[in-house]
Write a protein that binds this ligand. Structure first.
Ligand code: G4P
Length: 283
């Protein structure tokens, strides 16, 4: 199987990212809590050297809580500050704010010692497409935020949202690219809808997903849809029959079933499921 889905605009995005990174002190790196390995950017560590990094395991409301806790512990053990959140919740974004406030205070203290006053800490939210960057920016910024406008020497159009006297947030997220050369990564991202599902025919994608689910959360599909078959493609056919997805001549419409299955999974209707565990992955 060949997963060719590296989008050409990513080269441009990388350059823009490098420019933007020069302007910030802190990177809030958003990953998907259901796939913290696949939703990582391979180069961010290097690109963000010398910056503070806060790793956010987002969409934690959709992920398996025990697995997410294991991921948090895994990252912290490696010296990376990690927080799991549902970024649609302002309360949860507040937990992030607390960590950022702490870093802002540290920075002001350091600056003060060098005779620099009132230079706010600058924060950028970054991550691969669809992990929830804009949602996080909205939750962090809230309604009370004011835009500070363009600054000299800063890319035109780039705006900063003042979060407090000591903190500014870049109002556009840094878009990063995933580890596109890794086939399993492509599969996991496609299953969670983080990249175009065109990487595989829908039915094949669903069949691969069913196999993964049966390995890690056996019985979850049987319970959700009342399935009795155990072979992945047959399960898809049975799902089509049960849902009344039939083509001419009562042939099961497995493509419609695949779409239903993937939509249900991505929306959390199969329960809280994590595709990746820390022991299987490296950061
Ligand atoms: P991006 O900027 O990184 O590309 O992602 P964005 O914020 O646009 O979020 C992508 C989708 O993920 C959105 O759903 C958003 O609501 C959802 N999302 C973001 N954070 C969370 C989270 O913590 N939990 C859950 N369950 N969902 C989250 P959408 O269907 O594309 O849009 P909409 O229906 O919200 O308008």
């Amino acid at each position: 199987m060949n997963l060719q889905w590296y989008p050409g605009h990513m080269t441009k995005a990388r350059r823009a990212m490098e420019e933007s990174l020069k302007l910030v002190d802190v990177i809030v790196e958003i990953r998907d809590a259901r796939l913290p390995y696949a939703s990582a950017n391979p180069d961010l560590k290097k690109l963000g050297q010398g910056k503070k990094r806060l790793l956010v395991l987002n969409k934690a409301d959709l992920a398996d809580p025990a697995v997410t806790a294991a991921w948090e512990a895994f990252f912290r053990a490696g010296g990376v500050e990690a927080l799991s959140v549902d970024s649609r919740s302002k309360n949860q974004a507040e937990r992030l704010r607390k960590q950022l406030d702490l870093w802002a205070a540290e920075k002001s203290e350091k600056d003060a010692k060098r005779g620099i006053k009132n230079r706010p800490i600058r924060v950028m939210v970054a991550g691969i497409p669809n992990v929830g960057k804009s949602t996080m920016i909205n939750s962090l910024a809230g309604r009370a935020s004011t835009k500070t406008g363009d600054k000299p020497g800063v890319t035109k159009g780039l705006q900063w949202i003042r979060l407090s006297r000591s903190m500014e947030l870049m109002d556009t997220p840094g878009i990063l690219w995933p580890k596109f050369e890794d086939e399993t990564v492509g599969l996991h991202l496609a299953l969670m809808g983080a990249i175009s599902q065109d990487v595989l025919p829908l039915e094949e994608l669903a069949v691969r997903g069913i196999r993964l689910l049966e390995e890690t959360y056996p019985g979850v599909l049987a319970e959700k849809y009342g399935l009795s078959r155990t072979e992945a493609y047959e399960m898809l056919q049975e799902l089509a029959e049960k849902q009344g997805f039939l083509k001419k001549g009562s042939v099961p419409d497995t493509e419609a079933a695949a779409r239903r299955l993937l939509n249900d999974w991505q929306a959390g209707r199969l329960g809280r499921i994590s595709l990746e565990k820390p022991e299987e992955s490296e950061e």
